[in-house]
Ligand binder design. Structure first.
Ligand code: MN
Length: 245
């Protein structure tokens, strides 16, 4: 089945809008690829996850009115924007018209990053503080010398984010350690829960000697050297391990 037939089949089945690749594949080929139930429904449409606690549960630290606005208006806005960008990008694939792709990719990153980070943010907080696991403490020790080192770094890094953004504690795949990052405007970092399985470097140093300003020729050439075994293996590892936000 070629790409156009594939997309049309999806559209005929009534799932031509707001669909993700894996979900379409699942509907079309009967593959058993689950979506992420906490940020998207079974059709791949992004949804606003409900809070696990009452709007006033974080009082007096975070007030009810802020929580209502933040969750019901701001986060909901990201979900709507992400679904819209997804529809537009699917339309572009279907029509073969990528004239507006830069705009919709920016929208996808902006709203997608907002949706995913907020989904984590609500879960990261709660009326009960719980306790750190031994594993978490071991990683904090390995990465920052201990909880106190992490805590002072996280607070000062987050305080000094320029303009709008986030303080983020993240796990570095491969290096197997934790790092603290500042996200200035979350979209500049793409979508935080989206882990790369195929990347193409388009900094000029990656093609300038041979292709000079002809980036398009280089990208076309790149597609002839992609190692699909590697891409497939990366997907296999990720789909098994990280289904839930
Ligand atoms: Mn927010």
């Amino acid at each position: 089945m070629d790409k156009r037939t594939f997309l049309k089949t999806g559209a005929l089945m009534g799932i031509g809008t707001a669909i993700s690749g894996p979900v379409l594949a699942q509907k079309t080929f009967g593959l058993n690829i689950p979506g992420n139930p906490s940020i998207a429904d079974e059709n791949g449409e992004y949804v606003l996850p409900p809070l696990d606690y009452a709007y006033d549960a974080l009082e007096p630290y975070i007030d009810k009115e802020t929580m209502v606005l933040h969750h019901d208006k701001h986060h909901a806005g990201y979900v709507n924007g992400l679904n819209k960008a997804t529809v537009k990008i699917n339309e572009a694939i279907e029509n073969g018209d990528f004239g507006m792709i830069k705009h919709w990719e920016r929208e996808l990153a902006f709203h997608g990053a907002g949706h995913m980070l907020h989904a984590i943010f609500w879960k990261n907080m709660g009326p009960q503080q719980g306790s750190r696991s031994k594993l978490l403490d071991d990683y904090l020790k390995k990465s920052f010398g201990g909880f106190d080192g992490f805590s002072s770094l996280f607070v000062s890094a987050t305080n000094s984010v320029e303009g709008s953004g986030w303080g983020i504690l993240g796990y570095q795949v491969g290096a197997d350690k934790l790092v603290v990052l500042q996200a200035e405007k979350h979209q500049n970092q793409s979508q935080w829960l989206t882990l790369p399985i195929l990347v193409c470097d388009v900094w000029e140093h990656s093609y300038y000697l041979k292709y000079q300003n002809r980036r398009g020729d280089y990208v076309k050439a790149f597609m002839n050297v992609v190692n699909w075994d590697d891409v497939s293996e990366r997907l296999e590892k990720l789909t098994g391990s990280y289904q839930q936000v």
